[in-house]
Design a protein around this ligand. Sequence first.
Ligand code: PMP
Ligand code: GLN
Length: 383
Amino acid sequence: MKIVSKLPEVGTTIFSIMSSMAAQYDAINLSQGYPDFDVPSELAERLNHYTVSGYNQYPPMHGVAYLREQIARKVNELYAVSANVDSEITITSGATEALFVAIQTLVGNGDEVIVFDPAFDSYDPAIRLAGGKTIHIPLSGNSFSIDWERVRESITPRTKAIIINSPHNPTGSVISRVDLDQLAELASNNDLVVISDEVYEHMVFDGQQHNTVAAHPGLRDRSFVISSFGKTYHATGWKVGYCIAAPALTIEFRKIHQFVTFTTHTPTQWAIADYMDHHPEHHRGLPAFYQEKRDLFSQALKEIGFGLVPSRGTYFQVVTYDALSDLPDIEFVKVLTQKVGVAAIPVSVFCDAPAELSLVRFCFAKKNDTLLEAAHRLESHFS
Ligand code: PMP
Ligand code: GLN
């Protein structure tokens, strides 16, 4: 039997490769983005509670109402956004599913979707599986900002959607209100839909606010706004996310969601809803919690001789390393993992065209002791 691959050039994702290399060489794993500390104990207890109390059958296809209500409350409190619990919020099996479904909802044969490089690795395969074509536009300069003139020039009659991601994985850049104004103008003039990946919405530093697409009047009704509880509750393995979109978009989104997964894991939805209801301080504390880790680790990296790309959000720190090595980033992370004992992600794998700079990404969602030990290993190797 011969099977024709739909993604012939795709192998295993860089996250799996680097995490397994980290395990093989007993390296501290700062590659794949996940915390090495646990979910809040009360949240784990709530999950146990709902599991043993019989909340184990299919929930509604679009998600448990209690959780949708908590999301509506949160976006209202934080961003003054009103989202209809029944017609605009859908619970998904992680943000990955929401992104995949949003892309399948919009994209058909020959349609074009604009993404910004470095881009999270799931966008491009999802676009191509839908029969579409990915138009890669590199982010500009050391601040990794969007060149809107270039976006304007890249729009064709086949352009269907633009995917943005702020706070941005891997670079840690964040989008401004002016960026959203530019996006709204282009989207409205060209009748485009925006897919906004906001999974790091609660990790924005230095007193800045997250600019959600959902709060922008020109974007609110032409966007899929996607987030993930995995990041917010230190529970990346729970794979629960959500999508907020206007009713017309949500109707089409759910037609596909119901055949991709039908529903998302029931007791986890109840546990998260309950915890959100009683502990809204959790997400409010995340900027300070992660900013302390960013500062601890980035200061150490700087002293070792790495160049820092400003991390304004996410739990990632991207660095240059030209003072330490001439190796390309894919080779450099192998040395880091195998010889130094600290695993990282090479940024070039998120780019279509070769990047001008060699960059690697470290995840600082780790206990302070883990970060200090990683810094110590790097310092011992490079000094
Ligand atoms: N988008 C970005 C930018 C991410 O970093 C991640 C994290 N894996 C996801 C989407 C997927 O989130 P989830 O784990 O909820 O599927
Ligand atoms: N979002 C995480 C990262 O960027 C990992 C996602 C994954 O493993 N697919 O590291």
